[in-house]
Structure formats: structure tokens, C-alpha cells
Design a protein. Sequence first.
Lengths: 712, 75
Amino acid sequence: MNEVDPKACPITANHIKVALVGQPNVGKSMLINSVSNAHLHVGNFSGVTVDKTEVLFDYGDYNFTVVDLPGTYSFTDYTIEERVTHDYLCAEDYDIIINVVDSTNLEKNLQLTSELLTMSKKVVIALNMSDEADKENIVINAEYMSELMGVPCVRVSAVTKEGIDTLIDAVIQKYENPRNKPKLVFSEPVEEEIAQIVWYLDKHKFESVNTYRNIAINLLKNNKKTYATLHDEPIWTELQPILIEASKHIELHHDSDDIKEAFAEEYAAFNRGVVAEVVQQEVRKNERTLTEKIDSILIHPIFGIPIFLFFMWSLFQLTFEVGAIPMEYIDAFFIWFGDTLGATIGNDDIRSLIVDGIIGGVGAVVLFVPNIIILFIGIALLESTGYMSRVAFLLDGFFHKFGLHGQSFIPLVTGFGCSIPAYMSARILKNDRDRLLTLFIIGFMSCGARLPVYVLFAGAFFSPEMAGNILFIIYISGALLGLGAAKILKLTAFKGVDEPFVMEMPKYRLPSLKLIWHTVLTKTMMYLKKAGTYIAAASMLIWFLSNYPHNLILEETYDTKISIAQDAHQKIVLEHERDEALLEQSYLGSIGKFSEPIFAPLGFDWKMSVALQTGLAAKEVVVSTLGVLYSLGGDVTQDSNSLMGAISKNISFASAIAFIVVIMIYLPCLAASVVFTREAGHIKYFFYLLAFTSIAAYVMAFIAYNIALFFT
Amino acid sequence: MKTLFDCHKACIVKVIKLNTKGDLKQRLISFGIMKEALLEVLEHSPGKSTIEVKVGKMNIALRAKEAQMIEVEKI
């Protein structure tokens, strides 16, 4: 595959624009990965490729643009993805369609193929997953199939890279050669009616780019666009009665009052015929597939949910236990780095900016990279194995009681990683109300960026053995609060009919290491990039706000006091007092002091108030703000180098609990808020979200604070 | 009238009619749940709130309410 190399296409060369279409879970994104080196995200549940993705590469004399369209079961507008695909195929300009089908489940996949074949476009069928078909002893005669269907069919495997070049060659050949008409034969009554309409169009020498047969089929299928085009033509008046008669005839034949259903049955019949001709397979009756065997345990009516809870609990345990191992070293590294670098800088202000501001702030965030990596690996595993759909199946009954849809589970779990993809994946919900409701709840699922805050506080107030459990409790109670909030919203703001729950349960797949590596690497790099840029800048700003304006008189008063102090201990106490006083009169201190009364009922000091406000920009900044504030103003005794120590000394248990509650509930970061507004469709929803989360956070934190006070 | 909802685990039935219309009907059809199709009930979730059926080689999860719309007969 050396000649296939992703690069921009020069305008002069020959272009082939390919639309990649297929049902969900047939490995389209994986195929595009094999064809080019693009790093796309592939998951094993429906609705992964939400936006269409374009990939460019050169092959032979041609420049290819492959558009990866979201998976669709048929030409309906049931979900947003299906609408994206349908609109693209009908309205956009492209040269050829590659229809990716799953070789192990040909009959079902051909249902979409037959709809594609009625479109009068050039089509090439990629019989993907041929390696899996071989394993299951399914033999497909691709040549015979090409002949029967009138379109090239090529065996490929995205995994083993088998047939990829043959596929592209077939695309070029199909592109260069004049159109070879696809053969799609209907039942006799339908063929009769098609023939009559074709004869009529032919008689009137109707001018069209599409074939008459095509127009006839589309008219019979009640295709709105075809109707609209013909409606303005003079022949319409005569054509209409013919159509009405034809529809009646077909509906009678199929014993249905629904012409779409009748055509679906027609396609199914044709496909059954094709499959019977070209597929050879050992019939193994009553033998459970591996997926069904696994399912009998994982979605067991009694054990299913405990098993799921166990998986989640293990994930959080791992996140904490394993993630804690490298943390010490990272912490020590940044302290050493700060000290070493600080020693080389003469100017006090600059040294403080770099050591306390930037290195302190960024270090506090980088510290949590191990935890983030483990959490992302866990979520990637959930996604790519196919377990996510099982959980949706298990939890729908429960979710439904709270007004949520079982499929809401997918965006909600994604929300544990990051709210941004979670907001985007909410598109799998078709009903607007269900989607909005889910969008409002996603914020309750604590994202990866909030993890550092929890780890910090859990570590500061609980023993290491307990910290993992505390983390689990935080996540679960966040999720439960979300469900409660969903119920309230469903009963008030989002009343209405429920969306039906009909979803595919994909086969279990062993997760591809490469894919998980890519997903986790990309997300971790994003996190680090954020730490290096955004958070470094925020840390500098916070450092500035906490160091200025200088109050020379205050400084001098304390310095004199320190110089006349007798013993060393008194000096240290005075130095601490000086730093504290200076910080309080800084800009940041003023902001904190100003907002302190608001947060006083929750037991927050002004430093915590400030941290919450900077956290509106990004949750990681909460930790770096605390880092900067406590390293500047905190006491400089013994073990205070570590932020955890400073926190446990300066913050009461009850305030810490209230603080965690606010972090759990209040508005996600700035970037997520932007995506939320885009997905919700209107700016007003952002203000609703702001009001809803702020009030909920405040009230819940107030309750939590008072309960915690009562017990301590 | 017997619906898919009434079927026990491991029972194999044939679809007679889909008592629904519009988008949901299209959705069911696109999953292969149409007249004459054979369905095998694989699993119920707790409280029979969702049902997993096998259609051809594909496993589909349905909510009880949707299962009640699918008229079936035993074969």
C-alpha cells in the first residue's frame, strides 16, 4: 500500500469522489483506516461516525476523496445520522458509491444495497469482514454475485487488508466504464406496473437524466422529490391516474396499505434470492454463537446489572489505585524542576511567575494524566467491545422510569470521559425532547477533567484504601443525581411522547489494541495540550491576579516585624501571616472576598470561591488555582510542598464535601458549554442549563454541607 | 391476538402484522422485522421492560411497548 498516501489533491489531476455507505457496524471507518492512514474513531455501537468525514489519498492516476457517511440501516430519516447520509446521497455531488456490507450478515445488509441500486448511481459493493466470514465457514461467490446484481462485488477485509487494492481498482474501472445497469428484479405485479409507467414516459419522450425505470420505481415508492419534479410537467395529469391504479394493485398484492412496506418486502424477496444463490454456508442449527453465550451471562435478568456495577467499580478502583503509583514521581519531578529552574532566575517576580504560576499550575494538572489514561482506556473498551449496547438493554427499563431512553446511556457514559463527545453522541436520540433532556443530564456525569479535583480531595481526606471507593461513590451519586434531575425535567419542562426503543445489539468484538491506543493517545494528547496552552495561560493569569497590586507598606511592616522577631518559629508564623495578608489584598483576593458571602453558607473560604469561578473556564483550572493559591499563601512548614497536605490542613471536611458537590453539578467547561449550545440548537438552552445547574449545585451543596457538619 | 411481548424466552414465532405506522414501522422493517420474518426471543431484561430478539443473524433489543405492536403466531 505504498502508493496510497494521504495528501492533498492537486487540482489538475483526475478526481474520483467516493461516498462510503453502509449499515452501522460493518466496519466502514475501519476500512477507510486501512485505505488511508487516517485516524478515525471506530466504535462498536450504532451512530459512531456522527459527522461525515473526508479522507484524501492518491492511487494510480487518480486522486480520491472518500466521504465516510454515518451508518444507516435504510433510506429513512429516523435518526440525525440517517438524515445526514440520506441528504448527502440525494443532493450532493459525488461520482461513485462504495457500499460496505458485512459478509457475515449479507441478507440484512443487502436491504440498504437494494435501495442504493434504485438511485441510478455507480455502485461498488465491498464485501467487508471476509476474514470473519472465512472463520464462520461462510463462502460468498463474489463473481456470481457481481453478475446477479449487475454491480462489482469485491471481497475485502479491513482487518487483514485483504482486497483493498482490488476494491480501489474496481472503483476506477467502474468509474471509467460506462454505466452497467444494476439488476434488481421485482415481483411480477410490480414489474408490470413499472413497465406500464416506463412505456408511458417513453411514449411522451419525457426528458430526464435518470432512466425511465428509475423514475417509475421512485414514483411507485412515493419518492417526494420525483413527485415534485414531475408535478410541474404537462404529462402529470395523465400519469396520476395510472399511478393511483398501480399503487392499489401493488398494495393489494402485498396485503398492506403501506407502499413502503410493500417495497421493503420486494427488496427482501430479491435479496433472499441473491443470498440463496451466492452464499454457501454450513447450516448449524441450535448452536449458540459466541456472542449469545456471552450474552446469556452479561445480560442475565438477575446477574446482568450486578456484573455491570462490578465492571464500573473495578474501573474506578483501577483509576485510583494504579493511577496513584506514578503520581508521586510526577509530583516530585515538578517540585525538583521548579526548584532547579527557580535557582537560576535572579528576579523574584519572574521566578515566582515561572515556578509558582506556570510550573505549579501545569504540574498540578499533569499530575493526573495516569488517572485520565486509565479512565479513557476503560471507556474505549466499553465502546469498542459492544458491551455498551448491552448496558443500554439492561438499563432501559430503569432509565425509562426517569424519563430517559436506554440509548441515553451511551452519551451519558461518554460523559464520564468528556462532555464534548457526549453532547455530540446524543444525536443518536431521534426525538428532540429526549435528546435535550439527555443533553441537560450529561453534565451530571463527572468528566475526566473533574477527576483531578476528586482525586485531590479524596486523597486529602480519606485513607488510600478508601479513596477508590469514595471516587466510585462520587461518580455513582453524580449519576443518581442526574437521574433525579431527569425525572424532574421530564415531569416539567420536557413532557411528551416517548421515543421508541429499537436498537441493534452488535456482535461482541475483541477490541483492537491499535484502535484503543489511538483513541487514548489522542484524548491524552488533547488533555496535555490543554495543560500546556490553555491551563498554562490561565495559571499565569491567576498568578498575576494573586500577586498584584503590590502593597509595599504592608510588605515593609511585616518585614520589619520579621527582622525583630526573636526565634525562628515566630519568624515563620509571621512570614505566613504576611503572605496571607498580601494575597487577600490582591486582585484575586478581592474577587474572592467579593463573592465569599455568596459561598459562605457552603463553608467555602475565598480561595475555594475563586477556584470555582476559574473552574468555569475548565475544570482542570480548579486544581491549578488551588495549587497557585495554596503554594503562595499556604504555610511553609515541613511537608507542605504537596497540595494534598495543604488542602487537608486548610479546608474543613464539611466544606470539602460541599465543594465536591458543587464541582459534580455545576456548569461544565467553556468548550463543553459551546458544544452544548450548538447541539441543543438555541442559546436559550444554555441559559436554562446555567440556571438549572447553578441552582441545583448550590442547593445540593448546602444540604451536603449541613449534613457533613452534623456528623463531624 | 398474540404479540411478541407475550412470547417466552427461546420461543420462535412468525410476524403476521406490524400494528404501527410511520417512522417506527420503517425502523422495524429496516431491521428486518417485517411480515413473514421469523423471530426468536433471546432474553428479557428484569421486569420484562426490554426484550432481545434474533432476526436472521441480527440481535435486536426492543422495549415492551414496541413488542406489543408486533403481532405474531407460533410456528
